[in-house]
Ligand binder design. Structure first.
Ligand SMILES: Nc1ncnc2c1ncn2[C@@H]1O[C@H](COP(=O)(O)OP(=O)(O)OP(=O)(O)O)[C@@H](O)[C@H]1O
Length: 820
């Protein structure tokens, strides 16, 4: 029997911002003046550093004096313990109860970030104090629960992640996990039983951190360091299998600086540029998040740096977050101080949504994880073979040419891997950006409707004006997001060019070089690496879907509650529908396994070609887009068949992610255009052409599209005989039989993947082949299929021959297709 659960409730909180002003250092005392005043533990006054300003200028308010107010403010006499007690202590208790918390120090170089986070023996920092509290709470806990505390410590240096708990750590990759958010693959997590043990690890990690002496700070941290403590609590009471997991992230950022001030050059200058790049990305995220609270949906560019990706949860997700902005009181630091305070002021607007992390594991995600893991094992094996081959080559009699070639190939391999990573990252960013604008456009539509209605009641009244103002904000957001999107597109094009160059170089080397085995391994390694990252990309997409599914369920639940139904009534109603509703207080947090069984998704069991009433979706437009989207590529055998009618279309540039419509419903085209028209402007229309037999302006031709904001319509509209037929024919979309299936009305349906073996290049493409859309750059697989291309013998290629040994999975990649 299908079963749904009441979701765990989310609580919205605002980021806590605390300012800490350090004392003047010995050196500064000789030549600087103290210009910062902290008042009433909340206000910070920064005096004009220019003492020459006269009384008149001051009273005329022509001074540079600035005043800000924050949640907490600490003057030079305050210790780290003061900061801890007033602004941090209360959130640490939550970590032991399964909540996430993030504490990060932000400020210019030499302002006291490391001092605040790490501290000294006499004045232990927030990392040390928090750890002691965690263990104190565990010790004092009166329940019979089992606790497990683990700790990891990483640094981001020059946009590369290193494990500070490993002696000689390699480069680590970021991965997006549906349960845990952003995780660093391969990062060591050490089980610890006491705060002292963590402190030992912390000291060890700190000794490995990249530190340099700069003009501004003798021990300047050149990297961003993240200490993460995870507290797992296995409950031994009636909820036996429940595991509550709280995470505490403590972040010491590298200092922002101006090259001119630090007098650095060479490597230091490069470090500085990278540090500033991450901090700029962080500042942009803070800006966008601050703006979002005021103006609605602004795109938050987390993907612009590793640091912001790591801090994503802390900045907007499931985390109670404290920002400690550190400032120097010295007059020559005036600009830095004001800058830091400005960002801190904006950060006050940021909201996060906290909820308890109650453990659940999802099967299909673990399937993907297994695939990725096996690919990673394969990559490791090939890496080893490569290393062996290299050492074998290097013991040969000195052959400088071979050595040069080898190092050239290594550079090539490294560049290729970076290129793939960058591409995936850009595509994800574009995807998210598109999603944000999709929501913006929906709101715009609603606003237009509301304005039109309101105009009838009171022409140009206050309400209309407020609505218009909001409309303008949304339009501004859309425009900003479009601009960002165009820049991403350009970057993707650049990346694609680079990819082609690299590929040509590898191809050339393979054809010219005698050492074919080595090159073959290199090529294999590269291909597997690509498959690996693409799988990760796909997993991230699924995570997004899962996330939206949860939101949709949450909305549905809230709606039911909002209708005034009490729990008993809901249970009775559900029972009539044959549904079991479990109580959130008694059951684990809603996991993906739940939504697999949710009535929304399971509806196809009873109605193969049409969605059952999908009321919940109506209230979450974006969730619903994903509701359709989620079906894409899904291979749950539980479902028995694949309801292709619900697949949602999305354009993605080049070899990337896309979704296809599976029937002739114009909705597919419209949805595509609506979601992507803002990208397309200025590009050749052939990139995303509407079929000739469908006029461009779909709205005119298909007035029913106007009601598309009802997701239910989206789902149900595609209930064509074609789909129904498909529903019966398609038994398993992942199965080869489907790949070559022909529909009776002449459309091809298939999941496909191509591999141009001769070039050593792999392109995945697939999905359902139907319609007259065209995708992708000409260099890749897409060029094989021109618009309106008719497969030979009206059948798709034999995909299984083209992709030997690689697992089938949902589609990514360019595609061109047509129906005869
Ligand atoms: N509250 C404080 N009391 C006494 N000294 C402090 C305090 N805060 C910072 N300092 C001193 O100021 C100097 C710079 O501090 P710190 O290294 O923590 O700065 P930072 O912001 O981490 O710099 P960077 O970004 O370059 O790493 C150090 O000498 C430190 O001892």
């Amino acid at each position: 029997m299908p079963s749904i659960r009441a979701p765990a409730t989310k609580k919205t909180t605002t980021l806590t911002v605390a300012i800490k002003c350090r004392p003047l250092t010995e050196k500064e005392r000789l030549r600087s003046r103290d210009i910062v005043r902290v008042k009433e533990d909340k206000e910070v006054l920064v005096l004009d550093p220019d003492l020459t300003k006269d009384y008149l200028e001051r009273i005329q308010n022509r001074t540079k004096e600035k005043k800000y107010s924050f949640d907490h403010a600490f003057g030079p006499d305050c210790t780290n313990l003061d900061v801890y007690r007033r602004s941090i202590c209360s959130i640490i208790a939550g970590v032991v109860q399964g909540l996430n918390a993030t504490i990060f120090a932000y400020g210019s170089t030499g302002s006291g970030k490391t001092y605040t986070m790490v501290g000294t023996q006499g004045d232990p920092g927030l990392m040390v104090l928090s750890l002691h509290t965690v263990f104190d709470f565990i010790k004092k806990d009166k329940s019979t629960d089992d606790f497990e505390v683990t700790c990891s410590y990483l640094e981001v240096y020059n946009e590369v992640i290193y494990d500070l708990l490993e002696k000689s750590s390699g480069h680590l990759e970021l991965r997006e996990d549906p349960e845990q958010g952003i995780v660093v693959a391969g990062l060591r997590c050490i089980k610890v039983h006491s705060a002292d043990k963590i402190l030992e690890l912390l000291n060890l990690g700190n000794s490995r951190r990249k530190i340099e002496s700069t003009e501004a700070n003798a021990t300047s941290s050149r990297s961003h360091a993240v200490l993460e403590i995870t507290v797992k609590r296995k409950q031994r009471n009636k909820y036996r299998n429940q595991v509550i997991k709280g995470k505490l992230a403590l972040v010491d950022l590298a200092g922002s600086e101006r090259a001119s001030e630090t007098h650095s050059g060479g490597q230091k200058l490069r470090d500085g540029a990278n540090i500033n790049r991450s901090l700029l990305a962080l500042a942009n995220c803070i800006n966008a998040l601050g703006k979002q609270q005021k103006k609605g949906l602004a795109y938050v560019p987390y993907r612009n740096s590793k640091l912001t990706r790591i801090l994503k949860d802390g900045l907007s997700g499931n985390s109670q977050t404290v920002m400690i902005a550190t400032i120097s009181p010295a007059d020559n630091q005036y600009h830095h101080t004001i800058n830091t305070l400005k960002y801190a002021d904006r950060a006050k607007e940021i909201k996060t949504h906290i909820q308890k992390n109650i453990g659940t594991v999802d099967t299909h995600v673990s399937d993907y994880q297994r695939m990725i893991d096996s690919l990673q094992i394969e990559v490791c094996r090939l890496k080893k073979e490569l290393a062996e081959k290299e050492s074998h080559l290097s013991v040969k009699p000195v052959d400088k040419a071979a050595d040069d070639e080898l190092s050239w190939l290594n550079v090539l391999s490294h560049e290729t891997s970076e290129n793939v990573q960058e591409r995936i990252n850009l595509q994800k960013a574009l995807f998210e950006l598109e999603e944000t604008n999709l929501q913006n456009r929906t709101e715009l539509q609603h606003l237009d409707d509301a304005i039109a209605k309101q105009q009838v009641i009171e022409k140009d009244g206050a309400v209309v004006q407020a609505l218009r103002a909001r409309r303008q904000d949304i339009l501004d957001n859309i425009r900003d997001n479009d601009e960002t999107g165009i820049n991403y597109q350009k970057e993707i094009e650049e990346n694609e060019k680079q990819r082609c160059q690299l590929q040509n170089m590898i191809d050339e080397a393979i054809s010219n070089n005698g050492n074919k085995t080595y090159l073959h391994i290199l090529s294999q390694y590269r291909l597997l690496g690509m498959a690996n990252t693409e799988l990760q990309f796909e997993m991230a997409m699924r995570d997004q879907i899962i996330h939206n599914q949860r939101e949709a369920q949450r909305n549905l639940w809230n709606l039911l509650m909002g209708l005034g139904l009490d729990e008993k009534q809901i249970l009775e109603l559900a029972a009539k529908q044959g549904l079991t509703i479990e109580d959130s207080t008694m059951t684990p947090y809603l996991g993906q396994s739940d939504w697999k069984q949710s009535p929304n998704l399971d509806c196809r069991k009873s109605t193969p070609s049409c969605c059952s009433p999908c009321t919940g979706q109506t209230y979450s437009r974006s969730s619903c887009s994903f509701q359709q989207h989620q079906d894409f590529g899904s291979r749950s055998s539980m479902r028995g068949h694949w309801d292709l009618a619900h697949t949602f279309c999305r354009e993605e540039h080049h070899s990337s992610y896309y979704l296809l419509s599976h029937n002739h419903s114009p909705s597919a085209y419209l949805r595509l255009r609506r979601s992507s028209e803002h990208w397309i402007s200025g590009r050749p229309s052939s990139w995303f052409d509407a079929p000739d037999n469908h006029p461009r302006d779909m709205r005119k031709s298909f007035p029913e599209m106007k009601i598309q904001s009802s997701p239910c319509n989206e789902g149900c509209m595609s209930t064509s005989p074609f789909t129904a037929d498909l529903g019966q024919q398609v038994k398993d979309p992942w199965n080869n039989t489907l790949k070559q299936q022909h529909l009776k009305d002449g459309h091809h349906v298939g999941m496909s993947r191509s591999q141009d073996v001769s070039k050593g290049m792999m392109t995945h493409y697939g999905g359902t082949i139907q319609g007259l859309l065209r995708y992708g750059p000409s260099e890749q697989g897409a060029s094989m299929l021109s618009p309106n291309h008719v497969f030979q013998n009206n059948a798709p290629p034999n995909f299984s021959d083209l992709s030997p040994g690689l697992p089938s999975y949902a589609t990514t990649g360019p595609v061109s297709f047509s129906s005869p």
